[in-house]
Design a protein around this ligand. Structure first.
Ligand code: AMP
Length: 285
């Protein structure tokens, strides 16, 4: 497995592969790998000849009061895990090369970035689309794999590609969970034992919502008010949002249908956690 840090080095590697008719799958990450990231890497292998994983904690997508400085970083462990999961290249650029002095260009997907996580994290999605666009230009993948754990991010990236007529196939990977249902996240390591157990409210809420829908309930406001009560019963948990939305345009739904997704964001202590699930069984993403 190669480790590349230079932007032009990375582009040259990709150009050589493309020129010889080979395809490239990209998995963008911020590192601190868990089984969720590793599943994306193994999944990516099915869609291309080469798998490139980018490892870059992107300063642009963190707000001034967010956890950029303390975001967990362990390059050697990540590189070993990527190698063990069949990755061909880890691309880990220097922030100073990605955003040199004078940098001032941003990509914003207007409407889809505004609600849900965007409301509480202004500028976050613009940071994400900007870095993803830059990584796409540098790595030039045929396919990119993203986790549906970050459901809004996936919708925003798909919109950007469509709006910019960009011919990269996006593959969504289902949420990878711990045995007890907690969605894997690099931020789970911030949780104390008590907070870790409070965090199960997210997967429980999804399960409960599916049960209600299974019993024939379709009115979103009724389902949501039950879920809010369920989650708020634990005082350690602050709800940021709980919404039933259409999986394509992320607009709120009054009545649950095949395209409904439950999206949740909570704060537990200093940690912000998100989760989501389709309410009527269907394919991912
Ligand atoms: P991150 O390093 O958190 O930016 O995540 C990198 C990629 O891994 C994104 O596409 C995430 O959606 C995906 N990812 C993170 N956690 C999970 C998970 N538990 N299941 C599936 N994909 C995940």
């Amino acid at each position: 497995m190669k480790i590349l840090r230079g932007l032009s080095e990375m582009s040259a590697w990709s150009c050589e592969r493309s020129a010889s008719g080979k395809t490239i799958a990209l998995v963008p990450t911020m590192g601190c790998f868990h089984e969720g990231h590793l599943s994306l890497m193994r999944h990516a292998r099915r869609f291309a000849d080469y798998v490139v994983v980018t490892l870059f904690v992107n300063p642009l997508q963190f707000g001034p009061r967010e956890d950029f400085a303390r975001y967990p970083r362990d390059f050697d462990r990540d590189a070993a895990l990527a190698a063990a999961n069949g990755v061909d290249v880890v691309f880990a650029p220097d922030p100073a090369d990605m955003y040199p002095p004078g940098y001032q260009t941003h990509i914003t997907v207007d409407q889809l970035s505004q609600g849900l996580c965007g409301r509480n994290r202004p500028g976050h999605f613009s940071g994400v689309t900007t870095v993803v666009a830059k990584l796409f230009h540098i790595v030039r993948p045929n396919v990119a794999v993203f986790g549906s754990k970050d459901f809004q991010q996936l919708a925003v990236i798909r919109r950007m590609l469509e709006d910019l007529n960009w011919d990269i196939k996006i593959i969504a990977h289902p949420v990878v969970r711990e045995a007890d249902g907690l969605a894997m996240s690099s931020r789970n390591i911030y949780l104390s034992a008590a907070e870790r157990s409070s965090a199960l409210c997210l997967s429980r809420a999804i399960k409960h919502a599916r049960q209600l829908v299974g019993q024939g309930l379709r009115e979103a406001t009724t389902i949501l008010s039950e879920l809010r009560d369920l989650i708020a019963a634990d005082q350690a948990v602050q709800i940021e949002y709980v919404n039933v939305v259409d999986r394509f345009n992320l607009s709120d739904q009054a009545v649950v249908d095949q395209d409904s997704v439950l999206l949740l964001a909570v704060r537990i202590g200093h940690t912000r956690l998100i989760d989501n699930g389709r309410l009527i069984e269907g394919e991912v993403g």
